[in-house]
Design a protein around this ligand. Structure first.
Ligand SMILES: NC(=O)c1ccc[n+]([C@@H]2O[C@H](COP(=O)([O-])OP(=O)(O)OC[C@H]3O[C@@H](n4cnc5c(N)ncnc54)[C@H](O)[C@@H]3O)[C@@H](O)[C@H]2O)c1
Length: 318
C-alpha cells in the first residue's frame, strides 16, 4: 500500500507518517519545509521525502500516480502566520488544493484537512450550537478580517474537493480538525506555548482567555480517526469532524494541568482572550463515530503530560 502525504513534514503529517509506516505503508512526504522539518523523526528508510512547493503545478506533474491514499495537509496555519500575512494564507492554501485537484486521477482517494475555524462566525453569532455538528451553517462574520482568511481558504477547499471528486470520479474525505495537539507541533499553540513558559519559570503565569472552553484532541487520536475515515468507503464525499468531545475544559483548568506537569505553583494571572477567538468550541462527533466506530483514547491529563515532556526535552522549535 502506498500513501502520499502532501505537507507531511508538519505536525500532523509526521505522526500520520509514523502510523502509516507501522501499518506497513510505503510513505512519500512532499513538503517545502516552510514550516515542517526534516528531522530524525522523518529519517525512516520507509519514508521517501520530496522537497517541493505545492503551489507550483510542476510539483504535482513530477509525482507518479497509483496511490492508495493521498492526504493534503499542506497549508499556512497558526494564528500568528494568519494575522501576519493573510494574502499568503489564501494563496498557498488555495493553490495547493486546486493544483492537487487538477492532478489527482480517477479512482484515487484523497483526504482534505479542514478546520473547526469554519464555525467561529456562526458560534459567535449564535446560529451554530456547541457541541457543533457538521450540518450547521459555516459562517464568515467579516470577510475583511485577516484571521478569517484561513477559514475562507478552507471552505473554498472543501467545496472544491467535494464537487471535483464527483466530477472527476475520485473519493474525497473532508476532515474538520478540532484543536489537535501533541509533541512537535510548533510553539504558537496554547499547550506547547504554556509548557514552554512553565518550563522557563514564568511567575506570575499569564493565562489569556482563561474562561474560554476548548475540547483538545491528542494527535494519536486524530491520526486514528484519519486512518479509519480513509479506510471507510462510506466516508467518501463527506465532511466529518475529527476531535475529542470527552473532556471539554476551560483554559484556566488547562493551565493548571500544564503547571502540574511542570511541578510549578506560580501566581496565575488570567488575562484577556486573543481578539476574535471563539468563546467555546467542541465538536459533535456522532458522524465520525457512526462511520468508523472511533472513540478518543488519550486523556487530557496524559496528553498534556507527554506533550510537556517532549517540549522539556526538545525546547522551543527553531
Ligand atoms: N493542528 C490542528 O489542530 C489543526 C486544526 C485544524 C486544521 N488543521 C489542518 O491540518 C493540516 C496540518 O496541520 P499541522 O498542524 O500539521 O500544520 P503544520 O504547519 O505543522 O504542517 C503543514 C505543512 O505544510 C507545509 N507547507 C506549507 N506550504 C507548503 C507549500 N507551498 N508546499 C509544500 N508544503 C507546504 C509546511 O512546511 C508544513 O510542514 C493543515 O492543513 C491545517 O490547516 C490542523
Amino acid at each position: 500500500m502506498r500513501a502520499l502525504l502532501l505537507g507531511g513534514a508538519g505536525f500532523i503529517g509526521l505522526h500520520l507518517a509514523r502510523r502509516l509506516v507501522n501499518d506497513g505503508y510505503e510513505v512519500t512526504v512532499v513538503d517545502d519545509f516552510s514550516r515542517g522539518r526534516q528531522d530524525a523523526d522523518l529519517s525512516s528508510s520507509s519514508v521517501k521525502i520530496i522537497s517541493a512547493d505545492l503551489t507550483d503545478p510542476a510539483s504535482y506533474a513530477g509525482l507518479s500516480h497509483g496511490w492508495d491514499q493521498i492526504y493534503l495537509l499542506a497549508a499556512v496555519v497558526g494564528v500568528r502566520n494568519v494575522e501576519k500575512d493573510p494574502a499568503r494564507v489564501v494563496r498557498v492554501n488555495t493553490l495547493a488544493a486546486m493544483h492537487l485537484l487538477d492532478w489527482v486521477a480517477p479512482g484515487e482517494r484523497v483526504f482534505f484537512a479542514s478546520t473547526s475555524e469554519v464555525y467561529a462566525g456562526g458560534v459567535d453569532a449564535g446560529v451554530a450550537g456547541v457541541p457543533t455538528a457538521e450540518d450547521v451553517p459555516a459562517m464568515i462574520s467579516d470577510i475583511t478580517a485577516p484571521r478569517f482568511a484561513y477559514a475562507v481558504s478552507k471552505l473554498l477547499g472543501e467545496a472544491a474537493f467535494l464537487h471535483t471528486a464527483r466530477a472527476k470520479g475520485f473519493d474525497a474525505v473532508v476532515g474538520r480538525f478540532h484543536n489537535v495537539y501533541g509533541p512537535r507541533m510548533g510553539a504558537d499553540h496554547v499547550i506547547p506555548e504554556m509548557s514552554l513558559r512553565a518550563q522557563a519559570g514564568e511567575d506570575p503565569f499569564l493565562v489569556p482567555g482563561a474562561d474560554q472552553f476548548r475540547a483538545f484532541c491528542h494527535v494519536d487520536d486524530a491520526v486514528e480517526a484519519m486512518v479509519r475515515l480513509m479506510g471507510t468507503p462510506e466516508a467518501a464525499g463527506q465532511i466529518v469532524h475529527i476531535g475529542n468531545d470527552r473532556e471539554e475544559t476551560n483554559i484556566g483548568d488547562l493551565a493548571a494541568l500544564v503547571l502540574r506537569a511542570a511541578g510549578a505553583s506560580p501566581v496565575v494571572s488570567a488575562t484577556a482572550a486573543p481578539p476574535g477567538s471563539v468563546h467555546r468550541r467542541c465538536p459533535d462527533l456522532s458522524k465520525l463515530r457512526s462511520l468508523t466506530g472511533y472513540e478518543p483514547k488519550v486523556s487530557l491529563e496524559e496528553g498534556v503530560a507527554s506533550t510537556f515532556a517532549w517540549y522539556a526535552e526538545h525546547g522551543r522549535p527553531s
